[in-house]
Design a protein around this ligand. Structure first.
Ligand code: COA
Length: 327
């Protein structure tokens, strides 16, 4: 990674008020709190109202960021919304946010890399700023997964939740946030985790599903716990920093057992790992900013902390970033 000229300068988040607990799910499918907690670590999730969409959650996450940021966002020159659940195929959620915030001179685009979306979004933001193309990029990770979840399928409906987080990335040559990165994609494994759209055929196979999320949980689990530890090594190989000197690890909040296994294989202590799944479930592109903002509000993250972010999931795709926190 070439020397970054971009710094993360602000953060905000929002989750819908409506809660869906494991007890609620017990009334909907054949499952129980003990099974869900033991297999996933998840206790409850946020669920959007029927008339609440990814754009609404994104907007509220940005409003929360603006309340905590002492400058204006009027000069944002690129808006990236990372999501697999946009309100519309077109226009983008990013254009909706641009209009709602009244930002005039900006680009706007959605980026879909599922659960790796937010780390891909940050990677792109850093690239745009470091190359000199942009000066101030708003990166949002937001989802309404409840709208593509089959609440009769106990293997998926226990996992997913709704929410959003937003960060600002600005030009700053003196105190850049981005240290190193590693990206990957294995499209040949795409049918392990998908939501159909215009086609029902992938890699020559007919898929079941009607737009809801379908997954082979075991395959995704096995892939994540072998791929992410190797990816972490690749991120660290590109720096002079040792893994033991990383202050916090923020993996995608998919499943606590998966995170424990990744930590064990990487030799990283679970105590220094931040996740948002216990109360929010798996929120895909929103999970990493939600974990980060939760830790910021709890006063866990301090200026100068080295943080390893790792997004992974649908694609199957992954992106890890080592950053320094200097908000
Ligand atoms: C989904 C997941 C929790 C299932 O856990 P698992 O340990 O693999 O469980 P299995 O699918 O092997 O099922 C074990 C048993 O529990 C049952 N079961 C599945 N879901 C259940 C539920 N919600 N409640 C109770 N029992 C359940 C299965 O039917 C199976 O029963 P059987 O042994 O009688 O056939 C796990 O595979 C997982 O988390 N995978 C990763 C998913 C993920 O994170 N996806 C997003 C990635 S970004």
């Amino acid at each position: 990674m070439i020397k970054s000229k971009a710094r993360i300068t602000a953060i905000g988040s929002y989750v819908p008020k409506r809660r869906l607990t494991n007890d609620d799910l017990e009334k909907m499918v054949e499952t129980n709190d003990q099974w869900i907690v033991q297999r996933t670590g998840i206790k409850e999730r946020s669920v959007a109202n029927e008339d609440e969409f990814t754009s609404d959650i994104s907007y509220k996450a940005v409003k929360n960021l603006m309340e905590r940021y002492d400058k204006s966002v009027d000069d944002v020159d690129m808006i990236i919304v990372c999501t697999l659940t946009p309100d519309f195929k077109t226009p983008s959620v990013a254009s909706y946010i641009q209009a709602k915030l009244g930002i005039r001179n900006t680009g706007a685009m959605d980026l879909n890399v599922a659960c790796a979306g937010f780390t891909y979004g940050l990677y792109v933001a850093n690239g745009l700023i470091t190359s000199g193309l942009n000066k101030k990029v708003l990166v949002i990770g937001a989802e309404t997964l409840s709208k593509v979840t089959d609440y009769t399928d106990r293997t998926t409906c226990i996992l997913f939740g709704d929410g959003g987080g937003a960060v600002l990335v600005e030009y700053d040559e003196k105190q850049p946030s981005f240290i190193s990165s590693h990206l990957g994609s294995e499209g040949e494994k795409g049918n392990s985790l998908y939501s159909t759209n215009l086609s029902n055929t992938m890699n020559g196979k007919n898929l079941i599903g009607n737009g809801n999320i379908v997954q082979n949980g075991r395959e995704v689990y096995k892939w994540a716990v072998t791929t992410v530890p190797k990816g972490i090594q690749s991120v660290m190989k590109n720096t002079s920093i040792e893994l033991e000197n990383v202050d916090w690890f923020v993996p995608h909040s998919a499943n606590l057992r998966m995170i424990e296994s990744i930590c064990e294989k990487s030799g990283f202590p679970i105590e220094r790992t931040l996740y948002s799944l216990v109360n929010y479930g798996n929120t895909s592109a929103a999970s990493i900013p939600l974990s980060l903002d939760k830790a910021v509000r709890e006063g866990k993250i301090e200026n100068g902390n080295k943080i390893l972010l790792y997004g992974f999931g649908g694609g199957l795709a992954q992106a890890g970033l080592l950053i320094e926190w200097t908000i």
